[in-house]
Every structure is written in C-alpha cells, then in structure tokens.
Design a protein around this ligand. Structure first.
Ligand code: C2E
Ligand code: CA
Ligand code: CA
Length: 759
C-alpha cells in the first residue's frame, strides 16, 4: 500500500516536472503561471512521498514541514495563476501585501513548531507492518488549513464569477479549471474527515497541476471553435453542405436545407438532390456556375458553386464542403445594366458602340462568309419632328426599328447608329435588294391618326477586309448614299470603285486645302447679277479651285467633300475675305456693286458666323450693305430659333440676307413668312425638272407675288435664255443671274464685263 502510494507520488512529481518544463516552453501568457504552479506543487508532493515512504521519525517530520509550508507556496502560485487565467488583478496593493504576509506568517509559525509545538505533532502507528508517523493537528495547523481553504475558496469564487459573466461558449475554459479545483478541494476535505492514515489529497493536487497544464495550455477549445464555425456557417447567406470522408452529407445550413429541401435533418438526402441539380463535382470540378429553373417556372436562378476538400494535418481526407451562392439578383442587375448600356432606350436595338462590337465578333466568327454593312438613313428626318411632333418622330423611329428587325436571320447584326440612322451587318447572299427597293418605295409611318411617307436610303458597303474598323465600313456605306441622284426612285446605293476613287481623291484635296488657300489657287469667280434694264448691280462670288495638277475645279467637285468633313468653314472664310478685299479694291470704281457670298449651314456649327463677317467688313472698311449673305433654308434644320436670331442680327447690322435656292428643297412658304430675309433667290434649275412650261411659270409667278406681299425682292438664278428673262421681267422679278448674261468670271473679266455693259 505504502509502496503503491510512493510510486504514485513519484509519478506525480515526474508529471509535474514535465508539465512545468512544457509550460515554460509554451508561448501563451498563462505558460509562466502554470509552470510556477506546477513547480510549487512539487515540494508538498515530495513531502508526502517522504511521509509515506519513510519509517523514520525525523524524515517524517521533514516531510510534514515540506508538505505544509509547500502548500502555502502552492496557494501563492495558485492565486498568481488564477489572476492571469481569469484576466483579473489584485483589487489593491494592500490586499496583495496582506495575502503574502499571511502566508509568510503561517510559514513562520511552522518554524516555531519544534519549539512551541503549537502546529502539530506526529504519532507513530503501524501501517503495512512498518512504523508510520501520522500528524496530529493543533491550533496552528487548523489556522493553516483555514487559511489555505480560504484562499482556495477565493480562487473558486473568482472562477465561478467568470463562468457566470462570460458568454456560454467562451465560459468553457473556466468550467474545466473550476471542475478540477472543486474536485481537488472535495477530495482533500473528505480526507481530512476520514482520518485515513495516508494523506491522498496530494495526489489530487498533483493531478490538479497536470490538468491545469492541460486545460490552460494544451487543449484547444474545439467545442468553442466548432460552435463558432457552426454559427458562422448558419448565418451565411450562401448554402453550405458538409460531407464526411465518405462524401455523405452530414450537415447543411438553413439556406442549404431550403435549397435542396432536406426534411427532418436527414442531411444525407442532400447528396442525391445536389447531384441532380448541379451534376457531379470533385477535384477536377471544384468551381462552376449553374442555372436552375426557379420556383416560378419562368424564372432562371443563377448559382456559383465551390467545392473544397478538407484534410487533416496528416493530409488524409477529412471530408469536404460545398458552398452554393445564389447570385441571381446580381446577375439580373448586371444584365439590366448591360442591356441599358448596349441597347438603345427608344428602339431597343443595339447602341452604336455595342453594334460595332457585335459586328466585329460576327466577322471573326464567320471568316468565310461574305458580308456587307448597310447604312440606313432617313432623309430629312428633322422635318418629321418639326412638322409633326417629337412623339410622332419617336413613333417613326420605332417603326423603322421594327422594319430593320423583320426577317433578319441569325447571321445578321443590327442596331441604331444614332439619330435617324441605323446599321446592319448582313451576309451578301441574304441581302434582297429588289425586295428592299420595293418596300422602301412606299415606306409609311402610321400612328393611327397620321400617315406619313418616309424617304429611306440604304448605303451598302461590301466588306473586303474584315479587319477594317467597323466605323470605317459604315462611313463607306454612308458615303455610298452620296451617289444617289434621283432619291425618290433609287433607295439603295453601293460603295464601289468609283466611290473608292472619290474617297481617295477627297482625302487628297482635303490635305491640299490649306496650301490652296495660301497660294490663292482657291479664289472667287464672280457671276454678274443684273436688273430689269440689263445693268449689272452686283455679283455672286463662287468658289473656283485652279489646281496646279488637276486644272480647273468647279465647286460641285470639292464643296460637297468639305461640307462632309467640316473644312467648308475654311473655304467660306477665305471666300468672305476675298469678297471684302475685292469690295475694298472697288472703292471709287464700282461703288454701287454688291457681292453675295455663300454661307454653308455647316459654318454655323463651327464658328460664330456673325462676328466673323462683321469683323471682316470692319477690317476692310466695307459697307455691310454691299456684302450680301446667301443662306439656304437648310440652316433652319437645326436650332431654328438661334439661326433666326443670327439672321436678324445680320440685318440689324446692315447686311442684306438672301435666301438661296428657294424651291429646290422643302421650301415651305410658311417658313418664309417668319424668316428674316431680304431677297429670295429662286432656282430655275428646280423648275426645269418639270417639262410643263406653264406649270413652272405659274409657280414662279406665285412665288414672286408672295415675296412681293412679304416685302421681299425676288431674284431668279439660272436664267439661260432671253425668253426666260423677258417672261420673268413680266412677272415683276427684279433681279436676274444666269448664263444668259454671263458665266461666273475671274475678277478682271468681271470688271471689264461691267465696264462694257455700263458703257
Ligand atoms: P449656287 O449658290 O446656287 O450657285 C449658283 C450656281 O449655279 C453656280 O454653280 C453657277 O455657276 C450656276 N449657274 C449660274 N447661272 C447658271 C445658268 O444659267 N445655268 C446653269 N445651269 N447654272 C448656272 P457653281 O459655281 O458650280 O456652284 C455650285 C454650288 O456650289 C453653288 O450653288 C453653291 O451652293 C456652292 N458654292 C459655290 N461656291 C461656294 C462657296 O464659296 N461657299 C459655299 N459654301 N458654297 C459654294
Ligand atoms: Ca449661292
Ligand atoms: Ca443658288
């Protein structure tokens, strides 16, 4: 029996030593207090070993002192540990000093025991046939016990408070230590009252030291982690499924349960459902997306899945989990945004940028198929908006969009290029020109109240090089439209070699324009304007380009090029300046003559026409009344109010404003009523279209009458014969211009022409 106990005590001492060493190596803050506690436990256990093992009186006494005085050390170490472990401190310094003083006093008391015998004495009894010295407690020993128990109680109370104060899952670390301490305390108490000869409580304390090491340092609060993880997993909005090493589902969070419909926590059901919904998965397929039909049959839900195997620290499979995220809302949002950025709000067709992207894609995907792009343009769409309403205009655009969509195969791509233009990519063989011509011959917009015929033209560019910029392809298709002469008869035009040549030529002369202005290769020719007496009253300045290589270029060749690319501004500015120069040079010679200059509608987009021209007359000291400005009704196609204001300003500043080419376009007599113009230039050419001489005469007569009524003087251009001249004069037309009098002439020739005729 005594041997057995001795062995146990030795084992406990060894265990405590090992724990103390390991605790010292631990990096946790609680490592040091645990080490101190375990070391402190060694003397009392050793004392007990001596008591149990020796049959010698003196040795037994030494054992007793080691035991009791050691216990005080243990109490100090215990408090030290408890404070560290429970993250608390001595309430104040005095309490701490009192505590250590009491322990010290208790130990002093034992030092005095050999003299006064107030603490204990030993009596010899026989255990296992050997003498055994048992302690008989006196008052000092009782005081010692009270002290140690009180300290133990304080430690226990601190732990209990901690257990109550701390959240349940975190309190686990205190429960374990508390349980161990209570057990040790109960054990020691029971021994005290049992009067069993051998002190066993110390075994309990020894174990206490080992267990404290275990709970405070070794044991990871896995339950705590588990619960925290489970909480996190449950709270996750994504569905989570956990599988064991045999790939059976062992747990799923609420979203997971809802996703596959697990009943009564029968998680294993999930395996089949998941595989049915999302297919197989594994190492090779760890991340994928999947679409499922939602609860409403017409709703598609989007899932992103992620599979993750779990391995233990030795790399063995410990199971796996699957995360499934429902990103339907994000996807919807993304698609909405995508749709908005790629689709035109009015027509629902692709936007220009997206159309180009899709066309590029299509061309890349179908390298073999011959394709062409079609540029669709509505002639004078602006008028539709102006004459009817914006609503009707929108309706018209939707009607066109609907027509564009009709009968398109999956090989086609189409969209709205902007404003009133649309674009289509179509395989050459699917383009049915005859049918399209037929359809466009009577393209009508009808909103229920109103029916209006739209004039739509298609420019076609057959793609030769598929790598060409799509924008350039459409530019070419657009350019093809310029080749249409009879726009009511022909609706489709093709970009061909002729156009290609023209494009190249346009690029060349554009590059040469600045030099041509500098070198004065570009200069005005003056066409006389005469009155009813045949006397020259002024002239129109018409641009001519005397090209060093190409020879004489008439404006019909280059003006449209510059109108398209905006360089017309440079031409006009130059012409205005030349006109002012000439007027200035005429001072004292042809003081009464005026010069009319042309203003392109484009000029208003790029420069402040009014201040530009005002600046010029000022610079050359020219009377504004002698520089007439010719505008066409197309200037009114944009920002009519603003243009109206500018023209009024011109008149206020003393200029005479002429409406050019009246009758050639959409001339509405209505518009004329409000237009601030002084002269109406009636275009004879537009009349010659009609063979009916009488009808033409009636129209001209009416226009002249009307302008008379409005206080506007009429000028007829394109007068080629004496008959015309006479007839027009009869109709009370005041001014005339045309080949009958003279062609546009170089300045000197014009001057001598004037001198000749006035002579
Ligand atoms: P426009 O302003 O209507 O000029 C009158 C055009 O009719 C001139 O053609 C003139 O030569 C031509 N013409 C004059 N009398 C007769 C005739 O009896 N019979 C026929 N068949 N034609 C006649 P041109 O000079 O070739 O100019 C053509 C157009 O080019 C002009 O038409 C004008 O729109 C534009 N243009 C000419 N110079 C300039 C310019 O400096 N700036 C701008 N923006 N446009 C210009
Ligand atoms: Ca003109
Ligand atoms: Ca004209």
């Amino acid at each position: 029996m005594r041997r057995l106990f001795s062995l146990i005590f030795i084992a406990v001492i060894l265990a405590l030593t090992i724990c103390a060493i390991l605790a010292k190596q631990s990096r946790k803050p609680v490592g040091r207090p645990v080490m101190i506690l375990d070391i402190a436990l060694i003397p009392p256990v050793l004392g007990n070993l001596i008591i149990v093992f020796s049959s010698d009186h003196l040795l037994s006494l030494i054992g007793c002192y080691m035991y009791y005085m050691g216990m005080n050390l243990v109490m100090a170490a215990l408090m030290n540990f408890i404070f560290e472990y429970c993250h608390c401190k001595w309430p104040n310094k005095t309490t701490m000093l009192v505590f250590y003083f009491l322990l010290l006093a208790d130990n002093l008391q034992y030092f005095m025991n050999p003299i006064f015998g107030q603490a204990f004495e030993v009596e010899c009894i026989t255990v296992d046939g050997f003498p055994y010295y048992r302690m008989i407690p006196h008052i000092g020993q009782i005081v010692h016990r009270v002290l140690d128990f009180s300290i133990l109680t304080v430690a226990i109370v601190i732990l209990i408070v901690r257990c109550i104060q701390t959240a349940r899952i975190f309190a686990e670390r205190y429960y374990a230590i508390l349980a161990v301490m209570l057990a040790s305390a109960v054990w020691q108490t029971s021994y005290m009252f049992s009067r069993a000869p051998i002190e066993r409580a110390m075994i309990g304390y020894g174990l206490f030291g080992v267990l404290i090491y275990y709970f405070a340092i070794i044991r990871r609060p896995t339950r705590l982690l588990d619960r925290m993880l489970a909480n996190v997993a449950s709270e996750m909005p994504e569905a989570m499924f956990f599988f064991d090493a045999n790939e059976r589902c062992i747990w799923a969070n609420t979203p997971g349960i809802e996703l596959v419909g697990i009943e009564d926590e029968n998680f294993f059901q999930a395996n089949t459902s998941l595989r049915e919904m999302f297919g197989e998965w594994g190492k090779n397929k760890a991340e994928w997306t999947s679409q499922q039909i939602g609860k409403n049959a017409d709703e598609i839900r989007h899932y992103r899945l992620q599979f993750q195997p779990i391995q233990d620290e030795k790399g063995r499979s410990a199971g796996s989990f699957l995360r499934i995220r429902d990103y339907t809302e994000e996807e919807k949002q993304r698609r909405r945004q995508m749709y908005n950025s790629t689709h035109d709000a009015l027509t629902g067709l692709y936007t220009r940028e997206y159309l180009f992207e899709r066309i590029q894609q299509k061309l890349r995907d179908n390298r073999q198929m011959p394709y062409q792009v079609v540029f669709i343009n509505v002639k004078n769409f602006k008028l539709v908006n102006d004459i009817f309403s914006k609503e009707f205009g929108d309706h018209a655009l939707r009607t066109i969009a609907k027509w564009v969509r009709t009968d398109q195969s999956e090989n086609c791509v189409y969209g709205r290029l902007g404003g009133d233009t649309f674009g289509v990519l179509v395989p050459v063989e699917e383009f049915n020109a005859a049918q399209l011509e037929e359809e466009l011959g009577h393209f009508v917009v009808d909103d229920g109240n109103l029916t209006y015929r739209l004039l739509i033209h298609l420019g076609v560019y057959k793609i030769v090089d598929k790598r060409l910029d799509v924008a350039v392809m459409f530019d070419r298709a657009h350019l093809a439209l310029s080749s249409i002469r009879d726009e009511y008869q022909t609706h489709i035009a093709y970009y061909d070699d002729e156009l290609r040549r023209k494009t190249l030529w346009a690029q060349q002369i554009s590059a040469q324009l600045y030099d041509a202005i500098q070198e004065r290769h570009l200069r005005p020719y003056l066409q006389p304007i005469v009155n009813t007496d045949g006397k020259v009253v002024g002239c129109e300045a018409l641009a001519r380009w005397i090209h060093p290589k190409e020879g004489f270029l008439s404006p019909g060749a280059f003006i449209p090029v510059f109108e398209r690319n905006g360089m017309i501004v440079e031409v006009d500015r130059h012409m205005w300046r030349c006109a002012c120069e000439i007027l200035a040079s005429w001072k004292g010679r042809f003081d009464e003559l005026f010069i009319s200059v042309n203003i392109s509608p484009k000029d208003f987009f790029f420069i402040d026409v009014l201040s530009e021209i005002k600046g010029l007359v000022k610079e050359y000291g020219v009377d504004p009344a002698r520089l007439r400005i010719e505008i066409t009704e197309t200037v009114m196609m944009n920002e009519a109010d603003d243009r109206m204001r500018i023209l009024s300003e011109f008149r206020k500043s003393g200029f005479i404003v002429e409406m050019d080419d009246f009758g050639s376009g959409y001339s509405s007599l209505n518009l004329l009523k409000d237009m601030p113009v002084d002269v109406l230039k009636i275009d004879m050419k537009f009349l010659s279209r009609s063979d009916n001489e009488n009808r033409s005469q009636t129209i001209v007569q009416n226009i002249i009458n009307l302008s008379d009524d409005l206080g506007i003087s009429a000028l007829t251009e394109g007068v080629e014969t004496e008959v015309q001249y006479k007839a027009l004069a009869q109709m009370r037309c005041k001014l005339f211009q045309g080949y009958y009098f003279a062609k546009p002439l170089p300045q000197e020739e014009f001057e001598s022409f004037c001198e000749r005729t006035s002579a």
